[in-house]
Design a protein around this ligand. Structure first.
Ligand code: GLC
Length: 497
């Protein structure tokens, strides 16, 4: 017998033949609930496109479409040393980035700090003092100087990945917290002076040159090394995208009388798509997540696709099955650990989906260790299918956002730089997203390479943020003032006329 060579890694067969009929019935119900077929994908893309356009209009819509004041792509000629600080959902990262003379190159040194959970619901001062202290420690460790006050002034790109209305490149009013943060007194305020005050309290001599969203950083970092990049996306704790828009296509900026041909990065904040509940097929679990979240009614799309929520959707579905008298699952088991809200994160689902064994023995061990539940093989088959359904839905919905931007901008081929834990670590996420794009655009088998491809990005919150700081300084030196803050103390910066 000849063995044929396969380009794909072998996958588990996943037969359901030993799953009892009653459990099979519930698997089918879950499939019905979570599967998004091609016609629905198309309906979602079309609504998404409409909403993106609405977000650029004067009246606005639920997707904010925030202009970022990042004007144009990098040329590759940016040089200098910059600091980059990334305040993500779980970690804080401080980097020093060197942009050398060689086009498209960079060097990066970094330190990571854990963001303590209690800080996410503390006060603004606690948050910014903690961040300023981490920056201080980084500078002390990396500059080996007696006193950091003696350091020559460093410019910082601050990646703050929450929806901000940016009235200048280095200023932004937090519209609302996302990703589970709930800190009083910050929403509706400019976060930069708050952070600057904390830096001053700690005696840290740095200037915040740009406030950056992670998606914009991703777009710029990817475009720096790959000039076919048109979109930057994050599929992580949260989910969002940025792309370049021409000023002439942004009616809400018309009053500024800027050059209509200038290109400006738009941070879509597409997590807010369908807050009106027009089109997304929400399950009772999605509704529950929304209603019990700190910001009900907001981030509808994000709550169905982002890493912060995937584990919770899965947990709620299992608890629901357990409480259903018609379903025989986890019989005589103590499910108290499973009843704890947000006790499972998306890495739990990723591990289930990676279990290579036909009898899902790794899933058995996982449930035993994490939840103290001894699962039967048919139960594990349901568990695996449920994880696949939730992971697949997230990937297919995410592809809808990418397709909507491409359709709106008539982009027929490009690279989409993507980052985030779900994109990088969740099994099959990338392939599932690519398949959805093929269905949406109708690329048949004759199309050899997908014209629009979502590819791993360069480091957006490191090199991307540094590049944006460099682009800002370059613009200032050239005397281009759009988006540059009037009150900047830096003498390099002339006031906006
Ligand atoms: C949330 C934030 C957004 C960020 C995204 C990915 O949606 O609101 O600003 O880009 O998460 O981190």
């Amino acid at each position: 017998m000849y063995l044929t060579a396969s380009r794909k890694p072998p996958s588990r067969k996943g037969s359901m033949h030993d799953v009892p009929n009653d459990l099979m019935k519930h698997i089918h119900e879950l499939e019905e609930m979570f599967t998004i077929h091609t016609p629905k994908l198309l309906e979602i893309v079309s609504k998404f496109q409409e909403e993106l356009v609405k977000g650029l209009s004067v009246a606005g819509g639920s997707i904010p479409m925030n202009p970022t004041w990042v004007i144009g792509y990098p040329t590759g000629d940016e040089t200098g040393t910059y600091l980059a600080l990334d305040m993500g959902g779980t970690n804080l990262r401080v980097c020093e980035v060197e942009l050398p003379e060689e086009k498209g190159q960079y060097d990066i040194y970094q330190s990571k700090y854990r963001l303590p959970e209690e800080i996410k619901s503390g006060t603004g001062d606690q948050l910014f003092d903690y961040i300023a202290e981490c920056v201080k420690q980084f500078l002390i460790a990396n500059h080996e100087c007696e006193d950091i006050k003696d350091l020559k002034e460093l410019h910082l790109g601050f990646t703050f990945s929450y929806p901000c209305e940016q009235n200048a490149i280095d200023h932004g009013i937090l519209q609302r917290w996302t990703k589970g943060f709930d800190i009083e007194g910050v929403e509706g305020h400019d976060v930069v002076p708050m952070f600057e005050a904390a830096l001053e309290r700690k005696g840290v001599p740095i200037k915040i040159t740009a406030l950056v969203n992670d998606t914009t950083g991703t777009l710029i970092a990817s475009a720096y090394t790959d000039n076919t990049t048109r979109i930057g996306c994050i599929f992580g704790t949260g989910c969002n995208a940025a792309y370049m828009e021409t000023i002439g296509c942004i009616p809400k900026l018309a009053h500024m009388n800027l050059d209509p041909n200038l290109e400006i990065a738009i941070n879509c904040e597409w997590g807010a798509f369908d807050n009106e509940h027009f089109v997304l097929p929400r399950t009772p679990y999605d509704r529950h997540i929304d209603e019990s979240s700190p910001r009900p009614g907001q981030q509808t799309f994000e709550k169905m696709v982002a890493g912060l929520y995937l584990g919770e959707i899965f947990r709620l579905a299992l608890v629901d099955l357990y409480s259903n008298p018609d379903v025989k699952i986890f019989e005589k088991q103590d499910i108290s650990a499973l009843q704890l809200e947000y006790s499972l994160d998306s890495s739990f689902l990723a591990e289930i989906e990676s279990d290579p064994w036909e009898n899902l023995m790794e899933t058995h061990a996982l449930f035993e260790k994490k939840l103290k539940i001894d699962t039967t093989e048919p139960e594990r088959k349901l568990i695996r299918r449920l994880a696949e359904l939730i992971g697949t839905r997230a990937a297919r919905l995410s592809a809808c956002g990418v397709a909507a931007i491409c359709k709106m901008k008539n982009i027929e081929s490009c690279h989409v730089g993507a980052d985030g834990s779900v994109f990088n670590k969740y099994p099959n996420f990338q392939e599932r997203g690519a398949k959805a794009l093929r269905e949406i655009f109708g690329w048949g088998k004759t199309v050899r390479n997908d014209p629009i491809q979502i590819v791993p990005s360069e480091d957006g919150s490191g090199v991307g943020a540094a590049l944006i700081a460099a682009l800002t300084m370059k613009r200032i030196r050239k005397g281009i003032h759009a988006g540059v803050n009037v009150k900047r103390k830096n003498s390099l910066i002339p006031p906006i006329p």
